[in-house]
Design a protein around this ligand. Structure first.
Ligand SMILES: [Zn+2]
Length: 356
C-alpha cells in the first residue's frame, strides 16, 4: 500500500490543545505547592524499551527541564517506578494460572542495563537527576497498609469497576519459597489484617498487610489507583519536602482514568482533586492509527514493513547511535515548548522524518 502526503504538518486546536496551547508549563507550575517535584514514570522491564516507553521517559526529563527553566528555585527530578512484579513466566497448574515475576525470575536483569543507559543519557541531556525504585520499595510506603485495607473492605464496590470481567480485586503475593504467584488472586482470602494466599506446591501462606506490605503486588489498574492515592498523600504531607507529577502514555487518558482512578478514589473516600497531575505522552501510531505494540511485534512478527529503529531502543541505538534518543528527546521537548503539540498523536511516518 502506498500513501501520498504533502509532508505538511497541521496542529488544529481543540480540547486540551485549545485550553493549554501556550501555557501548559505556567499552568502546571501554578498547581504546585512545594519547591521540590518528583516526576514519576513506570515500565515493566520485560524487553528492550519500545518506542512508546522512550517517549514517556523523554517527556519526563523534558518536563523537568522546562519547569526548572520556568522557576529557577524549583528542584525537579525523575523517578522510574520499575514494575518488577510483572509476569516473566506464565505457568498453568491444574486449571489455574500462575506466574513468576520479572523480579523473582531474574528476567529483568537482561534489560535493566538498557533502561539505565536511557536514564543516564536523558539525565545528561536535560541536566535533571533521576532515581529508580522497585515495587518492594514503593510498597514500604507507610500509607500502603491503610490504603490496601480500604481497598479490601470496599472490594464489592471496587471489583466490578477495576475488573469488570471477573469482579476480583487483583492483589497477589509471591510464594516465599518458590516465587509462584496466583496471577489473578483468585484463591486469596482476607482475614483481619492478613491476606492468605495459596501456592500449588507449598500450600497456604500469609501476608501481614500491616507489617509486610512490601510483599504485595497488584495488577495495572489497581496499582494505578494505589499509586495515585500514595502520591496524593505525599503531596499533602507538609513534612515531606517534595510532591509528585505522573507521566504516562496517552492510551491511559480519558475513560480509563475516569473510571479506574477518579471514580474509585472517590469510592475509597479520598479527594479526587488532591490526586497528582498526570501528563500524557502522545501516542505513536502505525499506519492505521493504532498504537505501536511491542507484544504484537514480539509474538507475531508484525511491523516487518517498519525500519527496526522504530521498534525498540536496542535497534535505535544500533542504527542511529546516541543521536537517535537525543532526537526523540528534542522532538518531545518541542511539544512542551509549544504545548498545543502535546495533545495529539504522531504517526510512525512522522517519527521516521524526525529520525532521518
Ligand atoms: Zn511455592
Amino acid at each position: 500500500m502506498l500513501f501520498e502526503t504533502d509532508g505538511k504538518v497541521y496542529n488544529p486546536l481543540g480540547g486540551g490543545s485549545y485550553v493549554y496551547q501556550d501555557s501548559l508549563i505556567q499552568y502546571m507550575h501554578s498547581q504546585l505547592r512545594k519547591k521540590k517535584v518528583k516526576i514519576s514514570i513506570g515500565a515493566q522491564p520485560n524487553s528492550s524499551p519500545h518506542f512508546g516507553t522512550l517517549e514517556v521517559f523523554c517527556l519526563a526529563f523534558a518536563l523537568a527541564n522546562m519547569l526548572c527553566h520556568y522557576d529557577k528555585e524549583l528542584q525537579v527530578s525523575v523517578l522510574f517506578e520499575m514494575v518488577d512484579t510483572a509476569p516473566a513466566i506464565a505457568q498453568k497448574i491444574g486449571d489455574k494460572n500462575y506466574q513468576i515475576s520479572l523480579r523473582e525470575s531474574g528476567e529483568m536483569n537482561k534489560y535493566i542495563d538498557q533502561y539505565n543507559e536511557i536514564l543516564e543519557q536523558l539525565s545528561s541531556i536535560s541536566n535533571i537527576s533521576y532515581q529508580v525504585r522497585g515495587q518492594r520499595e514503593f510498597n514500604r510506603h507507610t500509607s500502603i497498609p491503610d490504603i490496601v485495607k480500604k481497598v479490601i473492605s470496599h472490594r464489592d464496590l471496587l471489583a466490578p469497576i477495576l475488573e469488570p470481567k471477573k469482579h476480583i480485586i487483583r492483589i497477589r503475593s509471591a510464594c516465599p519459597i518458590c516465587g509462584l504467584t496466583d496471577k489473578k488472586g483468585i484463591e486469596n482470602k482476607f482475614v483481619d489484617n492478613k491476606m492468605i494466599c495459596f501456592c500449588p506446591k507449598h500450600g497456604e501462606f500469609e501476608v501481614d498487610i500491616d507489617t509486610e506490605s512490601y510483599r504485595l503486588e497488584y495488577n495495572t489498574p489497581l496499582r494505578n489507583l494505589i499509586r495515585g492515592i500514595v502520591y496524593s498523600i505525599d503531596n499533602q504531607d507538609d513534612n515531606l519536602d517534595y510532591e509528585w507529577i505522573r507521566i504516562t502514555g496517552a492510551d491511559y487518558a480519558g475513560f480509563y482514568q475516569e473510571q479506574l482512578l477518579y471514580k474509585t478514589t472517590d469510592i475509597l473516600g479520598y479527594s479526587v482533586s488532591k490526586l497528582p497531575m498526570i501528563l500524557y505522552a502522545s501516542l505513536v501510531t502505525d499506519w492505521s492509527g493504532a498504537k505501536l505494540s511491542k507484544s504484537l511485534y514480539v509474538n507475531e512478527g508484525a511491523y516487518r514493513y517498519l525500519p527496526s529503529y522504530m521498534i525498540n531502543y536496542d535497534n535505535l541505538r544500533k542504527e542511529k547511535g546516541s543521536m537517535g534518543l537525543a532526537k526523540v528527546y528534542s522532538e518531545v521537548h518541542s511539544w512542551l515548548e509549544e504545548s498545543y503539540k502535546l495533545f495529539r498523536n504522531y504517526s510512525i511516518y512522522y517519527f521516521m522524518e524526525v529520525l532521518k
